[in-house]
Design a protein around this ligand. Structure first.
Ligand SMILES: [Zn+2]
Length: 334
């Protein structure tokens, strides 16, 4: 069983990284140091920071994939104001985006940025660390050990190159400033009267996911474990693992949920993400036992999950998602 090649490579960013690597390892080797000697222009569009609790602000990025129009901005950078300073969660995908995030922080407080949490290896969530680190060199940069290892092992450069390609060089000037403070499940970081609790239950969206629960506000940052009204990518993920992780996040009873992409809401968006994930995976398991191929399953999965059909990228991404789910089921049955 091989993955169908009919889906668009742009629906599969990590797969696309591999594709670039295979075809142009020389170009990758030459990558950002030369290409990024001059910086691309700042973000053209204006964005606002939305206050979602007493001390938490989210800059909701537009939906869609990184492209020249959005200059690579499509995630949800957020910041928490503590007595000691500002804590950024998921800075964004480029130095330009990091500068925009700093501007938004300055509209709310004069306190310095003292820490950054990066929720997983995908570069749209952390490559903007560069701008924050330039402005505040003492900033502490926390992430799961797998993010640190993967980024140091070449994924950082892959993501810089991928962002440049997808945005027609709108992210030019970005260099990787890789987190260097590992955190893992059960860790609690105390900063200026707030507690940042780390949750990681194994491979889910990636192997490097952390969800960050901020107390006493009871706000959770899920990274890409949860998308709001958008079908997430699972190229580096595990469907069964994601289901277990989402159960765990629901059990924490957060008051406010900041997803990796899409609008901030309540715990119901974690329940929706889990329901959709489980419906896809269980349908693929059932139809695998019936001997169907992945492309025969896709219309059945689409029909059973039709309550989610208004989500961004739903139909376009489903073929890829079903193929990946099929591979996971096949491996389990091997
Ligand atoms: Zn991701």
């Amino acid at each position: 069983m091989t993955i169908s090649s009919s889906y668009s490579v742009k629906q599969c960013l990590p797969g696309f990284v591999g594709f670039i690597l295979v075809l142009s390892s020389l170009a990758v080797g030459l990558s950002s140091a030369a290409d990024n000697s001059q910086e691309a222009e700042p973000l053209r569009d204006t964005y606002s920071a939305t206050q979602v609790s007493d001390s938490v602000y989210v800059i909701h990025g537009p939906s869609g994939l990184p492209n020249p129009g959005n200059q690579g901005f499509m995630n949800n950078p957020a910041f928490v104001i503590t007595a000691e300073g500002v804590v950024v969660i998921d800075s964004g995908s480029s130095v330009q985006i990091g500068r925009m995030v700093l501007e938004k922080i300055e509209t709310v407080t004069n306190l310095p940025v003292v820490a950054i949490f990066s929720t997983h290896i995908h570069g749209d969530h952390w490559l903007a660390n560069q701008a924050i680190h330039e402005a505040y060199p003492a900033v502490k940069m926390y992430a799961h050990p797998d993010l640190i290892e993967l980024a140091q092992g070449g994924e950082a450069e892959n993501w810089i190159d991928l962002m440049m390609q997808l945005t027609n060089d709108s992210t030019k000037g970005t260099v990787a400033v890789i987190p260097d403070m590992p955190v893992n499940d059960g860790d609690q970081i105390h900063i200026g009267g707030s507690i940042f609790s780390i949750h990681h239950k194994g491979q889910a969206h990636t192997t490097s996911d952390i969800a960050v629960l901020v107390m006493p506000e009871n706000v959770i940052f899920t990274g890409d474990l949860v998308f709001n009204k958008r079908l997430g990518r699972m190229d580096d993920g595990n469907f069964a693992g994601l289901s277990e992780t989402l159960d765990h996040l629901i059990s924490l009873g957060p008051s406010v949920v900041v997803p990796g992409h899409g609008i901030t809401a309540g715990v119901e968006i974690i329940r929706s993400a889990k329901r959709l994930n489980d419906m896809i995976y269980q349908t693929v398991q059932e139809k695998f036992e019936d001997g169907l191929s992945d492309f025969e399953m896709k219309p059945i999965v689409l029909e059973r999950t039709s309550e989610f059909s208004d989500w961004d990228g739903f139909e376009e991404s489903m073929g890829r998602i079903v193929s990946l789910s099929y591979l996971e089921v096949e491996e389990e049955n091997f």
